[in-house]
Ligand binder design. Structure first.
Ligand code: PLP
Length: 446
């Protein structure tokens, strides 16, 4: 019997014993194509020799040095590298060990900024419904994922949640995408006015919504309007790119495609590609300068911030992405992948929407395409599809509650940037088979 508290206490998952390229092999010798990069993590696949070599070399030099005593060359170089390629205005990096830690740090940094500049009355965050920012209490509070929040609600800080930008279900038939974006920005402005414009610290949003909605980009112009609203009220904009960032959508940062720059940005998953638990907050010069001029220290910290081996892995991942022109490949192969998905699944009776960017795609499943009616959540279609896909040696990232935390199912895909076109074809083939048998089993049961 396992002593690990696994994700479910009623079953032990398969034992992963090796990983090479886009595949993971289990103890029984079965091989799986990692079509979701785990949870949009493994951007360079598994066992990449450059990353392993960089980590080995760093361990041989020094594996750990506490940041209250030392900095390291590798962490300094990573920070230089991240800022050199960051959106305009970003000047500094706070290195952590994952996405939730990055979000927590960004929330505290945003609050401290206002304390430092003499606006301590700002104490409220605004987030969006149907979003996920992590499972620690602050991150869970700003997130808008109903089922993840429910039982912990009494422990969470009070946050206002506005509508997500979810075109498939949110845009009215008589609205253009731009008008829809305008409407949502007005909703945000109203929420700010309701709280009091001088009481709000920040608005936080995923640039492309990941796990909760299944790779949903915003409509054109939405983030520009959001930026204007935030600026009008002196509110910070935090973009959470833990999942959608670091090349996943075809540009290093997804927000580049929105034509705006945030004040704070969180990154993690693809930053270290799964080789090390590493994340970061990119902070604007404005914020860091204010703290420097004020108290002189960001009042935060963890034992493993700036970990040298994490930094070595992340730096090596960035170098491989650049050397191998992988952002360009993600853009080109992303178009190829979306064409194959649409060709194969676009006409499926139970596929309502296929959306995404780069190598980050979501397939939303419906019982009825015309009315966009979702399947009964009790049927747990997403879980069936995950099991069918695993049986076929395919790792995908399906989730339920797409629409409102309860109804709706989608499958998310985030293949490694290094996947060949033949591997992308195989992913689509196995996914289609898994969706076919998952949906067919529901019809047989009905
Ligand atoms: C957008 C986003 N933010 C934050 C997190 C939390 O990251 P972690 O699981 O590394 O704590 C996730 C994880 O899926 C995420 O998708």
């Amino acid at each position: 019997m396992t002593k690990i508290i696994h994700r479910t206490l009623r079953a032990t998952p398969a034992y992963a014993v090796s990983g090479r390229g886009v595949t993971i092999t289990d103890r029984e010798g079965k091989t799986y194509i990692d079509a979701s990069g785990g949870a949009a993590v493994s951007c360079l696949g598994h066992g990449h020799p450059d990353i392993l070599a960089a980590m080995h070399a760093q361990i041989d030099r020094i594996a750990y040095a506490h940041t209250s005593f030392f900095t390291t060359d590798v962490a300094e170089e990573l920070a230089e590298d991240l800022i050199a390629h960051a959106p305009p205005g970003m000047g500094h990096v706070y290195m952590v060990s994952g996405g939730s830690e990055a979000v927590e740090a960004s929330l505290k940094m945003a609050r401290q900024y206002f304390v430092e500049i003499g606006q301590p009355q700002r104490e409220h965050f605004i987030g969006r419904k149907q979003s996920y920012h992590g499972n620690t209490l602050g991150a869970l509070a700003v997130g808008g994922n109903a089922w993840r929040r429910q039982q912990f609600a009494p422990l969470l800080i009070h946050v206002t949640h506005v509508s997500p930008c979810y075109e498939y279900r949110g845009r009215e038939p008589n609205e253009t995408p731009e008008q829809y974006g305008e409407r949502l920005a007005s909703e945000l402005e109203q929420a700010i006015q309701q709280v009091g414009g001088d009481r709000v610290i920040a608005f936080i949003a995923e640039t492309v919504v990941g796990a909760t909605l299944g790779a949903v980009p915003a409509v054109p112009g939405y983030f520009k309007r959001v930026r204007e609203v935030c600026d009008r009220h002196g509110i910070l904009l935090i973009v959470d790119e833990v999942m959608c960032g670091m090349g996943r959508t075809g540009t290093l940062h997804a927000v580049e495609q929105e034509g705006i720059a945030p004040d704070l940005m969180t990154i993690a998953k693809g930053l270290g590609g799964g080789y090390q638990p590493v994340g970061a907050v990119l902070a604007s010069t404005k914020i860091v300068d204010a703290i420097k001029r004020g108290s002189g220290m960001f009042q935060h910290g963890h034992t493993y911030i700036g970990h040298p081996v994490g930094a070595a892995a992340a730096l090596a991942v960035q170098k491989v992405i650049r050397r191998e022109g992988l952002l360009d490949k993600v853009r080109q192969d992303g178009r190829y992948f979306s064409d194959r998905l649409r060709e194969t699944l676009g006409g499926h009776a139970n596929v309502g929407d296929i959306r995404g960017r780069g190598l980050f795609w979501g397939v939303e499943l419906v019982e009825d395409r015309a009315s966009r009616r979702a399947f009964d959540p009790a049927l747990r279609l997403h879980a069936k599809i995950k099991a069918e896909a695993m049986q076929r040696g395919l790792m995908t990232y399906p989730m339920g509650g797409t629409i409102d935390g309860k109804h709706g199912d989608h499958v998310m895909l985030a293949p490694p940037f290094i996947a060949t076109r033949a591997e992308l074809d195989e992913i689509v083939r196995r996914l289609a088979a898994a969706i076919d048998s998952g949906t067919a089993s529901l019809k047989r049961a009905a």
